[in-house]
Ligand binder design. Sequence first.
Ligand SMILES: [Fe+2]
Length: 361
Amino acid sequence: MFHQNKGKTTRQAHVEIPKGTYEDEHGRKGFFGRASHLYHKNPPTNWVKIDGPCKPRAYNLLKTNAQTDPWQATFVLENEDVKLGFMQPSGSMKYFYRCSDGDLVYFIHEGSGTVDSDFGPLTYERGDYVVIPKGTTHRLSAGSGNQKYFVIESTSEVDLPDKGLLGRHALFDADCMKTPEPKAFEEKGEFIVRIKREGQMTDVTYSFHPLDCVGWKGDLTMFKVNIKDFRPVISHRYHLAPSVHSTFVGQGYVVCSFVPRPFESDETANRVPFYHRNIDCDEVIFYHDGDFFSRKNMGVGMLTFHPYGIHHGPHPGAAEGVKSKTMTNEYAVMVDTFKPLRPTAQAETCEWKDYHLSWRE
Ligand SMILES: [Fe+2]
């Protein structure tokens, strides 16, 4: 199909939206595929009620029930590619952990600590993404204070996005990624390596320290990068799609970082996200810090889930609320998945049940 333009529209998407209309991006493959823009007379999120699984949901992850083992995440959303959860651990892991079900990303929402691994130790702090490849033996030890980690378990490798025309040093330079120096631990005694495979644990006991590598080489290792090292791409004249904030990619999902950036300064350009119904992607956002300009009543530690099929977009008043502002002030982690996510039984216990009605004026 070739591009067409019918009725009351604008020549440039997200700019000079016809007065009295609400722009809705009806696009395939996230923001990469074929798309149309629809100009509605009413905000498509102004429903009266919703019955069925397409309901947008929000969860307060700070209220998730801990697992018996506090170093295992409580997952709230999952599909075949990715599991999303939260943990609030303390002390140290009592074992050395090897997740053979996927790569792990610990996003440090609050707290700090050290992760010892086959590759050596790395310290971590608030705002770090700690990425641990599938099958890596590791042990986390929390520092003092509250520890709150948003956890992504990915069946496929966590990779970096193709930066294309931006050039390879955009978003964050490779030098912002920290990798461990080898360290063979000398402690004596018996040690347990706990392996997770298909969700089941196997304990392997060693009479020597399992982190005994005196050296390593190669291109598969643990690393960390901080969300504050992410330098967003902006356009002063055009509201760019959130995919420009891609930080990691895996099979069936993408992770984006939202960090403070200047608002669009051109008077005619949209300053808040357009409505869309995510034809091909479920969208999850974890709210880490700051003020979330497009969603009201969204506190830190919340997670929103917008299933594909149903609209989402800015809350009423968001466009007016940002008129006098020059910068966004939000840190959030978005995970868009191509296969549908399922809320777990644990999600139910921390759900904000009326979230889907929060767009009502
Ligand atoms: Fe979205």
